[in-house]
Write a protein that binds this ligand. Structure first.
Ligand code: PRP
Ligand code: MN
Ligand code: MG
Length: 181
């Protein structure tokens, strides 16, 4: 295997800053949901890191479940047409649900997911996203917990991929141009 660092330009958010922010979000979520039986719904694959770190930073009892969805569209742009590849194993009717996402880019994935999960009659439905690209939001989504706002650049790491790679990078970094040119 090839060393990841050859493909990176510069680190935008180092691992220690990510970890510190996750601790803050976890404390906030714990406080806001005291006494609830919260279900964390992670969106595969990008949410793998934030789900594992956020859930471990929380001090409350929680349940974890996953969905996998794929968005159809021309090239790399998502179209808003979304298909469920793996559905929840949990019935969320009357449950307090927190969707855990790595990033909200156009917002199309989350708007679909909110619409889909709302139709199942949860008691409450909220969103936590580790990253948000404010300049890129086409479909406005009400995100309750946001880790970091990112510039509108192509970034990888901490679950964010390029062609399925770089998710396992501990930091969030920009990709060197030789990789995608
Ligand atoms: C990425 C990311 C979010 C979504 C955000 O997932 O993990 O789920 O895109 O983009 P949007 O706001 O424009 O919809 P992707 O579909 O690339 O799958 P992945 O999680 O497996 O990388
Ligand atoms: Mn994703
Ligand atoms: Mg992706």
């Amino acid at each position: 295997a090839t060393d990841i660092s050859n493909d990176l330009e510069h680190v935008l958010i180092p691992a220690d800053k990510l970890a510190a922010r996750v601790e803050e979000l976890a404390a906030q979520i714990d406080a806001d949901h005291a006494g609830q039986d919260l279900l964390l719904v992670g969106v595969l694959n990008g949410a793998m890191m934030v789900m594992s770190d956020l859930s471990r930073a929380m001090k409350s009892l929680v349940t974890v479940d996953w969905m996998a969805i794929s968005s159809y569209g021309a090239g790399t742009q998502s179209s808003g047409v979304v298909r469920i590849l793996k559905d929840l194993s949990t019935d969320i009717h009357d449950r307090d649900v927190l969707i855990v996402e790595d990033i909200i880019d156009t917002g199309l994935t989350l708007s679909y997911l909110v619409q889909n999960l709302t139709s199942r009659g949860p008691r409450s439905l909220e969103i936590a996203a580790m990253f948000r690209k404010p300049e890129a939001v086409d479909a406005p989504v009400d995100v309750k917990y946001v880790g970091f706002d990112l510039p509108n650049e192509f970034v990888v790491g901490y679950g964010l991929d390029y062609n399925g790679l770089y998710r396992n990078l501990r930091d969030v970094a920009t990709l060197a141009t030789h990789v995608y040119r």
